[in-house]
Design a protein around this ligand. Structure first.
Ligand code: ADP
Ligand code: ASP
Ligand code: MG
Length: 437
Protein backbone atom coordinates (compact mmCIF):
# COMPACT_ATOMS: atom_id res chain seq x y z
CA UNK A 1 0.00 0.00 0.00
CA UNK A 2 1.16 3.55 -0.78
CA UNK A 3 0.96 6.64 1.39
CA UNK A 4 0.02 9.74 -0.60
CA UNK A 5 0.15 13.16 1.03
CA UNK A 6 -1.35 16.36 -0.37
CA UNK A 7 -0.30 19.74 0.99
CA UNK A 8 -2.41 22.83 1.59
CA UNK A 9 -2.21 24.26 -1.93
CA UNK A 10 -3.15 20.88 -3.42
CA UNK A 11 -6.47 21.00 -1.56
CA UNK A 12 -6.59 24.81 -1.47
CA UNK A 13 -9.67 25.29 -3.70
CA UNK A 14 -12.71 23.10 -4.44
CA UNK A 15 -11.37 22.51 -7.98
CA UNK A 16 -7.99 21.40 -6.68
CA UNK A 17 -9.64 19.08 -4.20
CA UNK A 18 -11.57 17.54 -7.09
CA UNK A 19 -8.29 17.06 -9.00
CA UNK A 20 -6.83 15.29 -5.96
CA UNK A 21 -9.85 12.97 -5.92
CA UNK A 22 -9.18 12.16 -9.59
CA UNK A 23 -5.52 11.43 -8.85
CA UNK A 24 -6.21 8.98 -6.03
CA UNK A 25 -9.55 7.43 -7.06
CA UNK A 26 -7.98 4.24 -8.39
CA UNK A 27 -5.17 3.93 -5.88
CA UNK A 28 -4.74 1.53 -3.01
CA UNK A 29 -3.45 3.99 -0.48
CA UNK A 30 -3.63 5.92 2.74
CA UNK A 31 -4.16 9.52 1.70
CA UNK A 32 -2.85 12.12 4.15
CA UNK A 33 -4.29 15.62 3.84
CA UNK A 34 -3.14 19.00 5.10
CA UNK A 35 -5.53 21.80 5.93
CA UNK A 36 -6.79 23.98 3.05
CA UNK A 37 -4.00 26.51 2.36
CA UNK A 38 -4.20 29.58 4.58
CA UNK A 39 -6.35 27.85 7.19
CA UNK A 40 -3.59 26.96 9.68
CA UNK A 41 -2.17 30.48 9.41
CA UNK A 42 -5.61 31.89 10.11
CA UNK A 43 -6.12 29.52 13.07
CA UNK A 44 -2.72 30.58 14.44
CA UNK A 45 -3.85 34.23 14.23
CA UNK A 46 -7.14 33.44 15.97
CA UNK A 47 -5.24 31.73 18.79
CA UNK A 48 -2.87 34.70 19.06
CA UNK A 49 -5.83 37.07 19.37
CA UNK A 50 -7.32 34.89 22.10
CA UNK A 51 -4.03 34.83 24.00
CA UNK A 52 -4.12 38.63 23.84
CA UNK A 53 -7.72 38.58 25.08
CA UNK A 54 -8.89 40.27 21.85
CA UNK A 55 -12.10 38.24 21.81
CA UNK A 56 -14.09 40.41 19.39
CA UNK A 57 -11.32 40.45 16.82
CA UNK A 58 -10.95 36.68 17.19
CA UNK A 59 -14.69 36.16 16.75
CA UNK A 60 -14.65 38.29 13.59
CA UNK A 61 -11.82 36.24 12.12
CA UNK A 62 -13.57 32.98 13.04
CA UNK A 63 -16.71 34.24 11.25
CA UNK A 64 -14.73 35.16 8.11
CA UNK A 65 -13.00 31.77 8.02
CA UNK A 66 -16.30 29.99 8.57
CA UNK A 67 -17.92 31.88 5.67
CA UNK A 68 -15.06 30.89 3.39
CA UNK A 69 -15.73 27.22 4.26
CA UNK A 70 -19.45 27.51 3.51
CA UNK A 71 -18.54 28.96 0.10
CA UNK A 72 -16.00 26.15 -0.38
CA UNK A 73 -18.71 23.56 0.34
CA UNK A 74 -21.11 25.11 -2.19
CA UNK A 75 -18.49 24.83 -4.90
CA UNK A 76 -17.18 21.40 -3.93
CA UNK A 77 -20.43 19.49 -3.61
CA UNK A 78 -23.50 19.44 -5.83
CA UNK A 79 -25.97 17.06 -4.20
CA UNK A 80 -28.28 18.59 -1.58
CA UNK A 81 -27.66 15.77 0.92
CA UNK A 82 -23.87 16.04 0.74
CA UNK A 83 -24.06 19.84 0.94
CA UNK A 84 -26.25 19.65 4.01
CA UNK A 85 -23.87 17.20 5.71
CA UNK A 86 -20.90 19.41 4.85
CA UNK A 87 -22.55 22.65 6.04
CA UNK A 88 -23.46 20.92 9.33
CA UNK A 89 -19.88 19.70 9.66
CA UNK A 90 -18.45 23.19 9.06
CA UNK A 91 -20.94 24.67 11.55
CA UNK A 92 -19.98 22.18 14.23
CA UNK A 93 -16.21 22.69 13.82
CA UNK A 94 -16.60 26.46 13.97
CA UNK A 95 -18.91 26.37 16.97
CA UNK A 96 -16.20 24.30 18.69
CA UNK A 97 -13.61 26.98 17.79
CA UNK A 98 -16.01 29.68 18.94
CA UNK A 99 -16.46 27.95 22.31
CA UNK A 100 -12.84 28.87 23.11
CA UNK A 101 -13.58 32.59 22.90
CA UNK A 102 -15.56 32.53 26.15
CA UNK A 103 -13.11 31.51 28.83
CA UNK A 104 -9.45 31.43 29.80
CA UNK A 105 -7.35 30.54 26.76
CA UNK A 106 -4.42 28.16 27.22
CA UNK A 107 -1.91 26.34 25.05
CA UNK A 108 -4.15 23.27 25.17
CA UNK A 109 -7.04 25.18 23.59
CA UNK A 110 -4.64 26.57 21.00
CA UNK A 111 -3.62 23.06 19.91
CA UNK A 112 -7.26 22.06 19.62
CA UNK A 113 -7.98 25.10 17.44
CA UNK A 114 -4.98 24.35 15.20
CA UNK A 115 -6.23 20.79 14.65
CA UNK A 116 -9.50 21.96 13.08
CA UNK A 117 -7.95 22.68 9.66
CA UNK A 118 -6.92 19.09 8.94
CA UNK A 119 -10.11 17.71 10.51
CA UNK A 120 -12.16 19.91 8.16
CA UNK A 121 -10.23 19.25 4.95
CA UNK A 122 -10.23 15.46 5.40
CA UNK A 123 -13.94 15.29 6.26
CA UNK A 124 -14.93 17.53 3.32
CA UNK A 125 -12.74 15.52 0.98
CA UNK A 126 -14.38 12.30 2.07
CA UNK A 127 -17.84 13.79 1.52
CA UNK A 128 -16.77 14.62 -2.02
CA UNK A 129 -15.44 11.08 -2.61
CA UNK A 130 -18.78 9.75 -1.37
CA UNK A 131 -20.59 12.04 -3.79
CA UNK A 132 -18.62 10.79 -6.79
CA UNK A 133 -19.04 7.15 -5.72
CA UNK A 134 -15.48 6.42 -4.58
CA UNK A 135 -15.47 4.29 -1.46
CA UNK A 136 -13.03 5.29 1.28
CA UNK A 137 -12.62 5.04 5.05
CA UNK A 138 -11.72 7.99 7.26
CA UNK A 139 -8.91 7.15 9.69
CA UNK A 140 -8.94 9.56 12.65
CA UNK A 141 -5.28 10.54 13.16
CA UNK A 142 -6.07 11.41 16.78
CA UNK A 143 -6.75 7.69 17.34
CA UNK A 144 -3.29 6.50 16.25
CA UNK A 145 -0.77 9.35 15.84
CA UNK A 146 1.03 10.09 19.09
CA UNK A 147 4.13 11.79 20.46
CA UNK A 148 5.91 10.76 23.66
CA UNK A 149 7.16 12.77 26.64
CA UNK A 150 10.17 13.99 24.61
CA UNK A 151 7.79 15.11 21.84
CA UNK A 152 9.12 12.33 19.61
CA UNK A 153 6.71 10.08 17.68
CA UNK A 154 5.78 6.95 19.60
CA UNK A 155 6.37 4.49 16.74
CA UNK A 156 5.14 1.45 18.65
CA UNK A 157 1.86 3.13 19.60
CA UNK A 158 1.37 4.50 16.08
CA UNK A 159 1.89 1.12 14.40
CA UNK A 160 -0.29 -0.81 16.83
CA UNK A 161 -3.18 1.65 16.74
CA UNK A 162 -3.02 2.31 13.03
CA UNK A 163 -3.22 -1.44 12.36
CA UNK A 164 -6.31 -1.61 14.54
CA UNK A 165 -7.92 1.35 12.73
CA UNK A 166 -7.19 -0.23 9.35
CA UNK A 167 -9.06 -3.39 10.30
CA UNK A 168 -12.10 -1.42 11.56
CA UNK A 169 -13.03 -0.33 8.08
CA UNK A 170 -12.13 -2.25 4.92
CA UNK A 171 -11.36 -0.26 1.80
CA UNK A 172 -8.73 0.23 -0.89
CA UNK A 173 -8.61 3.86 0.07
CA UNK A 174 -8.14 5.48 3.46
CA UNK A 175 -8.20 9.20 4.20
CA UNK A 176 -6.50 10.70 7.22
CA UNK A 177 -5.26 14.00 8.64
CA UNK A 178 -1.66 15.10 8.54
CA UNK A 179 -0.05 17.27 11.23
CA UNK A 180 -2.33 16.41 14.16
CA UNK A 181 -1.62 13.93 16.93
CA UNK A 182 -2.03 13.34 20.64
CA UNK A 183 0.66 13.94 23.22
CA UNK A 184 1.75 11.76 26.10
CA UNK A 185 -1.21 13.01 28.19
CA UNK A 186 -3.68 12.10 25.44
CA UNK A 187 -4.30 15.79 24.65
CA UNK A 188 -4.56 17.10 21.09
CA UNK A 189 -1.17 18.22 19.82
CA UNK A 190 0.63 18.55 16.48
CA UNK A 191 3.87 17.72 14.68
CA UNK A 192 4.79 21.42 14.23
CA UNK A 193 4.21 23.58 11.16
CA UNK A 194 4.56 21.69 7.89
CA UNK A 195 4.14 18.46 9.87
CA UNK A 196 1.84 16.66 7.42
CA UNK A 197 4.92 15.42 5.53
CA UNK A 198 6.10 13.90 8.79
CA UNK A 199 2.69 12.27 9.36
CA UNK A 200 2.92 10.69 5.89
CA UNK A 201 6.39 9.36 6.56
CA UNK A 202 5.47 8.00 10.00
CA UNK A 203 2.41 6.27 8.53
CA UNK A 204 4.55 4.92 5.68
CA UNK A 205 7.01 3.46 8.17
CA UNK A 206 4.22 2.03 10.36
CA UNK A 207 2.63 0.08 7.49
CA UNK A 208 5.93 -0.48 5.63
CA UNK A 209 4.40 1.23 2.59
CA UNK A 210 5.67 0.49 -0.91
CA UNK A 211 6.25 4.21 -1.39
CA UNK A 212 5.45 7.62 0.06
CA UNK A 213 4.29 10.32 -2.33
CA UNK A 214 4.34 13.96 -1.23
CA UNK A 215 2.24 16.08 -3.62
CA UNK A 216 2.77 19.83 -3.46
CA UNK A 217 2.81 22.96 -5.61
CA UNK A 218 6.24 22.48 -7.23
CA UNK A 219 7.82 19.71 -9.31
CA UNK A 220 10.04 18.23 -6.61
CA UNK A 221 13.13 19.38 -4.75
CA UNK A 222 14.89 22.19 -6.61
CA UNK A 223 18.63 22.83 -6.60
CA UNK A 224 18.11 26.13 -4.74
CA UNK A 225 15.36 27.98 -2.92
CA UNK A 226 12.85 28.96 -5.66
CA UNK A 227 11.42 31.68 -3.38
CA UNK A 228 14.76 33.48 -3.47
CA UNK A 229 16.59 32.48 -6.65
CA UNK A 230 15.30 32.51 -10.23
CA UNK A 231 16.06 29.69 -12.69
CA UNK A 232 16.23 26.86 -10.20
CA UNK A 233 15.65 23.35 -11.53
CA UNK A 234 14.13 20.17 -10.20
CA UNK A 235 16.45 17.35 -9.07
CA UNK A 236 15.32 13.95 -10.32
CA UNK A 237 17.11 11.88 -7.75
CA UNK A 238 18.26 12.49 -4.17
CA UNK A 239 19.63 10.21 -1.49
CA UNK A 240 17.91 10.14 1.90
CA UNK A 241 20.93 11.80 3.48
CA UNK A 242 20.98 14.63 0.96
CA UNK A 243 17.21 15.17 1.26
CA UNK A 244 17.40 15.19 5.06
CA UNK A 245 20.17 17.81 5.07
CA UNK A 246 18.24 20.02 2.64
CA UNK A 247 14.99 19.69 4.56
CA UNK A 248 16.71 20.40 7.86
CA UNK A 249 18.53 23.42 6.48
CA UNK A 250 15.51 25.17 5.05
CA UNK A 251 14.10 23.47 1.92
CA UNK A 252 10.49 24.02 2.92
CA UNK A 253 9.16 21.41 0.51
CA UNK A 254 9.87 18.74 3.15
CA UNK A 255 9.39 18.81 6.93
CA UNK A 256 12.88 18.36 8.44
CA UNK A 257 12.06 15.13 10.25
CA UNK A 258 10.15 13.48 7.43
CA UNK A 259 13.02 11.66 5.72
CA UNK A 260 14.20 9.50 8.61
CA UNK A 261 11.16 7.19 9.14
CA UNK A 262 11.13 6.36 5.41
CA UNK A 263 14.89 5.84 5.39
CA UNK A 264 14.63 3.44 8.32
CA UNK A 265 12.56 1.03 6.21
CA UNK A 266 14.09 1.96 2.86
CA UNK A 267 10.78 3.28 1.51
CA UNK A 268 11.21 5.58 -1.51
CA UNK A 269 9.75 9.09 -1.25
CA UNK A 270 8.45 10.76 -4.41
CA UNK A 271 7.92 14.54 -4.50
CA UNK A 272 5.30 15.43 -7.11
CA UNK A 273 3.48 18.50 -8.37
CA UNK A 274 -0.32 18.45 -8.10
CA UNK A 275 -0.55 21.36 -10.52
CA UNK A 276 1.51 19.46 -13.14
CA UNK A 277 1.12 15.78 -12.29
CA UNK A 278 2.93 14.51 -15.41
CA UNK A 279 6.22 16.18 -14.44
CA UNK A 280 8.86 13.75 -13.13
CA UNK A 281 9.47 15.36 -9.73
CA UNK A 282 12.06 13.94 -7.33
CA UNK A 283 12.71 10.41 -6.12
CA UNK A 284 14.42 10.08 -2.74
CA UNK A 285 16.03 6.74 -1.91
CA UNK A 286 19.16 5.19 -0.42
CA UNK A 287 21.32 5.31 -3.51
CA UNK A 288 23.67 8.25 -3.74
CA UNK A 289 24.14 10.21 -6.96
CA UNK A 290 27.63 10.99 -8.22
CA UNK A 291 27.25 14.77 -8.50
CA UNK A 292 29.66 17.05 -6.74
CA UNK A 293 26.99 19.66 -5.94
CA UNK A 294 23.35 18.66 -5.49
CA UNK A 295 21.54 21.65 -4.03
CA UNK A 296 21.65 24.69 -1.78
CA UNK A 297 19.27 25.61 1.04
CA UNK A 298 19.18 28.26 3.71
CA UNK A 299 17.71 28.50 7.17
CA UNK A 300 16.98 31.87 8.81
CA UNK A 301 16.49 32.91 12.44
CA UNK A 302 19.89 31.63 13.51
CA UNK A 303 21.78 32.85 16.58
CA UNK A 304 25.52 32.27 16.95
CA UNK A 305 27.05 31.94 20.41
CA UNK A 306 30.79 32.18 20.94
CA UNK A 307 32.34 30.98 24.21
CA UNK A 308 35.94 32.08 24.65
CA UNK A 309 38.01 30.72 27.46
CA UNK A 310 41.67 30.31 28.33
CA UNK A 311 40.62 27.26 30.33
CA UNK A 312 39.83 25.43 27.12
CA UNK A 313 43.48 25.31 26.14
CA UNK A 314 44.60 21.65 26.35
CA UNK A 315 41.64 20.90 28.63
CA UNK A 316 39.24 18.00 28.30
CA UNK A 317 35.56 17.99 29.30
CA UNK A 318 35.05 21.60 28.25
CA UNK A 319 32.75 20.77 25.33
CA UNK A 320 30.74 18.38 27.50
CA UNK A 321 30.06 21.18 29.98
CA UNK A 322 28.83 23.39 27.15
CA UNK A 323 26.65 20.66 25.62
CA UNK A 324 25.21 19.84 29.04
CA UNK A 325 23.80 23.35 29.32
CA UNK A 326 22.11 23.16 25.91
CA UNK A 327 20.74 19.73 26.72
CA UNK A 328 19.23 20.91 29.97
CA UNK A 329 17.43 23.71 28.14
CA UNK A 330 16.34 21.28 25.37
CA UNK A 331 17.95 23.55 22.77
CA UNK A 332 19.45 21.78 19.75
CA UNK A 333 22.74 22.98 18.32
CA UNK A 334 22.97 23.19 14.52
CA UNK A 335 26.51 24.16 13.54
CA UNK A 336 29.61 24.04 15.72
CA UNK A 337 33.19 25.13 15.12
CA UNK A 338 36.05 25.07 17.58
CA UNK A 339 39.46 26.63 17.94
CA UNK A 340 41.90 26.02 20.78
CA UNK A 341 40.54 28.96 22.77
CA UNK A 342 36.95 29.35 21.64
CA UNK A 343 33.85 27.47 20.55
CA UNK A 344 31.19 28.93 18.26
CA UNK A 345 27.85 27.27 17.83
CA UNK A 346 24.44 28.12 16.44
CA UNK A 347 20.89 27.58 17.62
CA UNK A 348 17.55 28.31 15.96
CA UNK A 349 15.46 28.48 19.10
CA UNK A 350 16.06 31.49 21.35
CA UNK A 351 13.40 30.59 23.91
CA UNK A 352 15.97 29.88 26.63
CA UNK A 353 18.80 32.03 25.30
CA UNK A 354 19.03 34.30 28.36
CA UNK A 355 19.26 31.40 30.80
CA UNK A 356 21.77 29.58 28.58
CA UNK A 357 23.90 32.71 28.30
CA UNK A 358 23.83 33.13 32.07
CA UNK A 359 25.18 29.61 32.63
CA UNK A 360 27.74 29.81 29.83
CA UNK A 361 29.26 32.88 31.53
CA UNK A 362 30.73 30.54 34.17
CA UNK A 363 32.72 28.82 31.40
CA UNK A 364 34.10 31.87 29.63
CA UNK A 365 33.42 35.10 27.81
CA UNK A 366 30.17 34.85 25.82
CA UNK A 367 29.36 36.70 22.60
CA UNK A 368 25.95 36.49 20.88
CA UNK A 369 25.10 37.35 17.26
CA UNK A 370 21.49 37.25 16.07
CA UNK A 371 19.80 37.57 12.65
CA UNK A 372 22.01 35.03 10.96
CA UNK A 373 21.31 32.40 8.31
CA UNK A 374 22.89 29.03 7.69
CA UNK A 375 23.54 28.47 4.01
CA UNK A 376 23.91 24.77 3.39
CA UNK A 377 25.54 23.34 0.28
CA UNK A 378 24.60 19.71 -0.18
CA UNK A 379 26.52 17.34 -2.42
CA UNK A 380 29.12 14.63 -2.29
CA UNK A 381 32.27 15.83 -0.62
CA UNK A 382 34.02 12.60 0.21
CA UNK A 383 37.32 12.93 1.98
CA UNK A 384 39.34 12.43 -1.20
CA UNK A 385 37.56 15.02 -3.37
CA UNK A 386 39.43 18.22 -4.09
CA UNK A 387 38.41 21.73 -5.03
CA UNK A 388 34.78 21.71 -3.79
CA UNK A 389 35.58 24.10 -0.95
CA UNK A 390 37.43 26.34 -3.35
CA UNK A 391 34.40 26.59 -5.68
CA UNK A 392 32.09 27.36 -2.76
CA UNK A 393 34.31 30.05 -1.24
CA UNK A 394 35.17 31.63 -4.59
CA UNK A 395 31.42 32.04 -5.17
CA UNK A 396 31.13 33.67 -1.74
CA UNK A 397 34.27 35.80 -1.90
CA UNK A 398 32.34 39.09 -1.54
CA UNK A 399 30.24 37.88 1.43
CA UNK A 400 31.34 38.19 5.07
CA UNK A 401 31.37 34.72 6.63
CA UNK A 402 30.74 34.18 10.35
CA UNK A 403 31.28 30.40 10.63
CA UNK A 404 32.04 27.40 8.40
CA UNK A 405 31.48 23.72 9.03
CA UNK A 406 33.07 21.29 6.57
CA UNK A 407 33.63 17.57 7.01
CA UNK A 408 30.94 16.89 9.61
CA UNK A 409 29.18 14.75 7.02
CA UNK A 410 30.18 13.93 3.47
CA UNK A 411 27.12 15.70 2.14
CA UNK A 412 27.09 19.08 3.73
CA UNK A 413 29.07 22.29 3.94
CA UNK A 414 27.38 24.82 6.22
CA UNK A 415 28.22 28.50 6.13
CA UNK A 416 26.82 30.99 8.63
CA UNK A 417 26.28 34.53 7.33
CA UNK A 418 24.17 37.57 8.19
CA UNK A 419 20.65 37.14 6.85
CA UNK A 420 20.98 40.44 4.96
CA UNK A 421 23.48 38.66 2.68
CA UNK A 422 21.41 35.53 2.16
CA UNK A 423 19.89 36.34 -1.22
CA UNK A 424 23.25 37.43 -2.60
CA UNK A 425 24.89 34.27 -1.27
CA UNK A 426 22.27 31.95 -2.74
CA UNK A 427 22.40 33.65 -6.15
CA UNK A 428 26.22 33.65 -6.24
CA UNK A 429 26.39 30.01 -5.24
CA UNK A 430 23.81 29.17 -7.89
CA UNK A 431 25.94 30.85 -10.54
CA UNK A 432 29.21 29.46 -9.25
CA UNK A 433 28.18 25.85 -8.59
CA UNK A 434 25.57 25.23 -11.24
CA UNK A 435 27.07 27.30 -14.08
CA UNK A 436 23.98 29.40 -14.60
CA UNK A 437 25.61 32.70 -15.46
P1 ADP B 1 2.72 22.07 1.04
O1 ADP B 1 1.70 23.04 1.50
O2 ADP B 1 2.29 21.28 -0.16
O3 ADP B 1 3.27 21.22 2.13
P2 ADP B 1 5.01 23.80 1.22
O4 ADP B 1 4.71 25.24 1.02
O5 ADP B 1 5.22 23.32 2.59
O6 ADP B 1 3.91 22.95 0.46
O7 ADP B 1 6.33 23.40 0.37
C1 ADP B 1 6.41 23.71 -1.00
C2 ADP B 1 7.18 25.00 -1.17
O8 ADP B 1 8.51 24.82 -0.72
C3 ADP B 1 7.35 25.43 -2.61
O9 ADP B 1 6.25 26.18 -3.05
C4 ADP B 1 8.65 26.25 -2.57
O10 ADP B 1 8.41 27.62 -2.57
C5 ADP B 1 9.27 25.89 -1.23
N1 ADP B 1 10.68 25.47 -1.36
C6 ADP B 1 11.72 25.96 -0.62
N2 ADP B 1 12.88 25.40 -0.98
C7 ADP B 1 12.59 24.53 -1.98
C8 ADP B 1 13.37 23.65 -2.78
N3 ADP B 1 14.69 23.54 -2.61
N4 ADP B 1 12.75 22.93 -3.73
C9 ADP B 1 11.41 23.02 -3.90
N5 ADP B 1 10.61 23.83 -3.16
C10 ADP B 1 11.18 24.56 -2.22
N1 ASP C 1 -1.48 22.60 8.06
C1 ASP C 1 -0.22 22.51 8.74
C2 ASP C 1 0.60 23.76 8.43
O1 ASP C 1 0.15 24.63 7.69
C3 ASP C 1 0.56 21.28 8.42
C4 ASP C 1 1.01 21.12 6.97
O2 ASP C 1 0.49 21.79 6.08
O3 ASP C 1 1.89 20.30 6.73
O4 ASP C 1 1.67 23.91 8.95
MG1 MG D 1 4.63 21.64 3.68
Amino acid sequence: MKVIKFGGTSVGTPDRMKKVAELIAKEQAIVVLSAVSGTTNSLVEIAQLLFQNERNKAKKQIETLKDSYHTFVNELLSSATQQEKAHDLVASHFSHIDSFTKDLFTIHEEKTILAQGELLSSALFQLYLEEIGVHSCLLPALDFMRIDKDLEPDSFYIKHNLERELTHCQSKLYITQGYICRNVFGEIDNLKRGGSDYSASLIGAAIQATEIEIWTDIDGMHNNDPRVVEDTFSIEHLSYDEAAELAYFGAKILHPASVYPAQLYNIPIFLKNTLEPTKTGTKIEQQLGDREFTAIAAKDGITAIKIKSGRMLLAYGFLRKIFDIFERYKTPIDVITTSEVAVSLTIDDNTNLDAIQEELRYLGEVEINKNLSIVCVVGNFSHDTMGSGNKIFTSLQHIPIRMVSYGGSQHNVSIVIETDYKKEALVSLNNGLFNQN
